[in-house]
Design a protein around this ligand. Structure first.
Ligand SMILES: Cc1ncc(C[n+]2csc(CCOP(=O)(O)OP(=O)(O)O)c2C)c(N)n1
Length: 829
């Protein structure tokens, strides 16, 4: 058994100028060591830290090692290493290694993508306007001052929440922003103050020359940034976001993000929107060296390359994720190689030098817009302080002072001014002036937010957000839903004859594609996204029939990457598009859980109600099809946990059209729950496909006086069947179809009015009884309408088991008509 281990260069970073970082030629040297000596050997010959040898431990027995500059081949069996035996040149590159005596010829295949170190020449640097370089220096000094003061405030107990300082990484932020168009979009990480400040300054003060008097807007930006981090109402997100959800839509800064890599899909979606509009903009997605290992990053990189999305993944490799070093966390030592794995052009740059960063981003941005698509830029940088503390990392034992001192030599706070002074771009006096301005601006912001009381500093109570703001922005204020062409199903009023005379009979599944198509033909922002939505003439279940032909380029068949494409749809929605996303089976929502519940659902609220999130997710409950435990979820109660989601469950073709249209006009994310069993169901619908049905309005499907049965989706039809059977026994059940299921808009008014008449309530749902929606409804009903109740509230729901495949067991897992009849009778006993 052989293993090949790729190690970092012991000599430090390679010095290649814009040339491919190919595998270096193996320098062979045969050494025998005992297993006990192996760690010492590694450290001595390669400079690899001991902890790096984790894989090494798995190699047992006498080992032979073949030292290479870039890799080691390790053999358990004496003399059986392919690269030792008269190797060809190719074999010397490690492409042919014998495994248990088999020694196949391994022909190298061409790789997509490029991997190179980007080192600008002096001429390149001279091409940067001097004013731009002074501006970068100014921003760098400002951010350092800001972060330093912020940590002092934190240590003084004046900042509620963590502060992940960017001290050491400022050069990367100012370099990136200097190369962007102000309308380029940026999405940041938990460590993002530097990105935010540089982006906001770039957008609001594009022409500011720091050698002239500072404009009032400069103070305003710094003050509002500080206020946000301190959770104060004057902040960019009204104090909701703080440090880790700090965003400003106005300056295309789509926010820092507290979920590691959580914002990467959104950024990719923002770039996607630019590409769809042929806009000359790119999106930049910042991420740390720890974040690159999140699965969703890989999903979206793949799609970005597939669809040539102009997005720059900018990795600030500061060598640590909290206390875990890159070497401990990454299977490849050069993170840029990861981007290359998806065919991205991948650069390695000196992230401590703003000039290099600026030029690299300028280069990548141009290429991305010219059709190259995404870039992966690994910026070598360093954070001087511990993860979210003012103390250095060495104080926590995962790195030593020596390393920190070494990196101090590359601190842009010192090296960049020195560089500009040396080049005569700035004099000592000019530098001192810049430093004075930044310290005055930051001090001014601190003075506005913190005051002295006795011997201590405090934040004035008047600066905190008011209690009445607490619930603002969970969802839109609903203004977009006013004045829509609402109508009700006249079947309720008559027996369907009215609609039959003016409308047509359609199946549930047919109206899905029809109403989506109708919206897409009237609104160019509409875009359908999902697995197979365009293939098979209409998706796996014909719900998107004919759409890809009618709307080329707007029906996107995705790879199997639910988290990725759902998160990217958020980016589209934030850009004003109207994504209609299909999650093929509700269970797959769990694969996309972070995007659905941490990102999409919280986006409006946590960024201070700045964003509309007009996004539809359609999914199809497939209980009854024998798909078993992992394809039979009923998602209502899961989504209902997350209040930002609106949820509708149309149970007829008529309702589907009306509720879809309302969902499409909504500026909040909406889950539309379909049901496989309803797909073939026929119903009357008007020829006009533009009518809407209001959110939060239940429908009495059958009137009755003895008991109220509350249900939704397929179970409504079972309840109606049961009511029909009971009629013969003289029992009149009133059946309410909830239609809207999210807890904030459940129609308790209709339920309450019914209860005042019947006094009895049965709630029927297909989802699990435990944790089902019915529990919430029962709780609310007894609080609101206790006096109207003449008996206990009864509930029927799915069994609390994963769905079995066997047909015999499957039918037992959810309520059937007989169960409903039985419970109604029990209630009336
Ligand atoms: C999904 C998720 N897992 C874990 C964390 C906890 N956490 C916050 S920051 C961080 C380290 C991130 O490291 P890296 O991406 O390298 O960024 P850096 O902190 O170095 O800037 C971790 C593990 C989190 N916020 N989100």
């Amino acid at each position: 058994m052989f293993m090949r281990v790729v190690f970092p260069q012991p000599e430090g970073p390679m010095k290649l100028t814009n040339s491919p970082l190919s595998m270096e030629k193996v320098k062979r040297e045969r050494i025998s060591v005992s297993p006990k000596e192996k760690e010492r050997f590694l450290a001595r010959t390669t400079g690899i830290p001991l902890q790096y040898s984790a894989r090494w431990h798995s190699v047992k027995g006498q080992v032979r090692m073949y030292k290479a500059r870039k890799f080691l081949a390790v053999s358990e069996r004496k003399g059986s290493c392919g690269i030792d035996k008269g190797c060809t040149k190719r074999q010397e590159y490690g492409t042919s290694i014998s495994i248990g005596g088999i020694m196949p010829k391994k022909e190298p295949l061409p790789l997509q993508g490029k991997l190179f170190r980007f080192v600008p020449t002096e001429k390149d640097v001279r091409s940067l306007p001097q004013k731009k370089r002074i501006r970068m220096l100014f921003e760098l000094l400002l951010i350092r001052e800001f972060e330093t003061r912020l940590l002092e405030l934190k240590d003084a107990g004046l900042v509620h929440g963590p502060v992940h300082s960017s001290i050491g990484q400022e050069g990367a932020a100012v370099g990136v922003m200097s190369a962007l168009d102000p309308r380029d979009a940026v999405a940041s990480t938990h460590r993002g103050h530097h990105h935010f400040l540089a982006k906001a300054l770039g957008y609001y003060l594009p022409d500011y020359d720091p050698e002239t008097a500072p404009p009032p807007d400069l103070n305003r930006i710094v003050e509002r940034t500080l206020a946000e981090i301190m959770g104060l109402s004057q902040g960019f997100c009204r104090g909701r976001g703080g440090s880790m959800h700090l965003g400003d839509k106005g300056s295309y800064c789509y926010g820092t993000n507290a979920i590691v890599a959580g914002g990467v899909p959104m950024a990719t979606g923002l770039g996607w929107a630019f590409a769809l509009d042929h806009a000359p903009q790119v999106a930049v997605s910042f991420l740390g060296d720890g974040a690159v290992h999140q699965g969703v990053v890989h999903e979206v990189m793949n799609m970005a390359k597939l669809w040539k999305i102009p997005v720059l993944y900018f990795i600030e490799n500061n060598l640590y994720a909290v206390a875990t070093s890159v070497n401990e966390a990454s299977a490849v030592s050069r993170l840029a190689q990861i981007g290359m794995g998806y065919g991205l052009s991948s650069l390695v740059i000196d992230g401590m030098d703003p000039d290099t960063v600026s030029l690299a981003v300028q280069f990548a941005r141009k290429e991305a817009l010219q059709g190259e698509g995404p870039f992966w830029i690994e910026a070598e940088t360093y954070r001087y302080r511990h993860h979210a503390q003012s103390l250095p990392g060495s104080a926590f034992g995962y790195r030593d002072k020596e390393e920190e001192l070494k990196w101090q030599e590359r601190d842009p706070y010192r090296t960049y001014p020195a560089k500009l002074l040396k080049e005569g771009i700035l004099g000592e006096e000019g530098l001192a002036r810049l430093k004075t301005i930044v310290s005055q601006v930051v001090q001014g912001a601190v003075d506005k937010l913190v005051r002295k009381e006795g011997t201590s500093f405090v934040v004035g109570e008047e600066l905190y957000p008011k209690a009445e703001e607490l619930e603002i922005g969970v969802r839109s204020d609903g203004k977009e839903l006013e004045g829509l062409p609402y109508r009700e199903d006249p079947v309720v009023e008559s027996d369907g004859s009215t609609l039959a005379s003016i409308g047509e009979k359609k199946t549930y599944v047919d109206v899905i594609s029809e109403v989506i198509g109708r919206r897409m033909e009237t609104d160019p922002r509409g875009i359908v996204i999902g697995e197979e939505v365009g293939h098979l003439k209409g998706g796996a279940y014909m719900a998107t029939k004919g759409l890809s032909k009618r709307f080329p380029g707007r029906v996107i068949d995705t790879p199997i990457s639910e988290a990725g494409f759902t998160g990217m749809s958020l980016g589209l929605a934030l850009s004003g598009k109207r994504p209609v996303v299909e999650i093929m089976f509700p269970d797959f929502a769990l694969v996309a859980a972070d995007q659905l519940f941490n990102q999409i659902r919280k986006c409006r609220f946590m960024y201070g109600n700045q964003h509309d999130v007009p996004l539809i997710v359609r999914t199809r409950v497939s209980i009854g099809t024998g798909y078993g435990a992992q394809h039979s979820m009923e998602p209502a109660s899961l989504f209902a946990l997350f209040e930002g989601w609106r949820i509708v469950a149309p149970s007829t073709p008529f309702d589907y059209i009306g509720l879809f249209n309302t969902s499409y006009h909504s500026l909040d994310p909406v889950l539309i729950i379909e049901h496989q069993a309803l797909y073939p169901m026929e119903g009357w619908v008007p020829k006009d496909r533009d009518y809407c049905i209001p959110f939060g309005k239940a429908l009495i499907r059958r009137k009755g006086k003895d008991i109220t049965v509350v249900s939704y989706s397929r179970m409504v039809h079972r309840a109606l069947e049961a009511a029909e059977l009971l009629k013969q026994k003289g029992i009149e059940a009133e059946v309410i179809d909830l239609r809207t299921l999210d807890l904030l808009s459940l129609d308790y008014q209709t339920i309450g009015q019914s209860l005042k008449k019947t006094g009895r309530l049965l709630i029927v749902e297909e989802g699990h009884l435990y944790g089902g929606l019915g529990g919430h409804i029962a709780d609310e009903v007894q609080r609101r309408f206790f006096d109207a109740l003449d008996g206990e509230i009864l509930r029927l729901g799915g069994k609390n088991i994963p769905m079995p495949v066997s047909k015999a067991l499957e039918v037992l897992s959810i309520p059937d008509v007989e169960d409903i009849v039985r419970e109604i009778q029990r209630s009336l006993e």
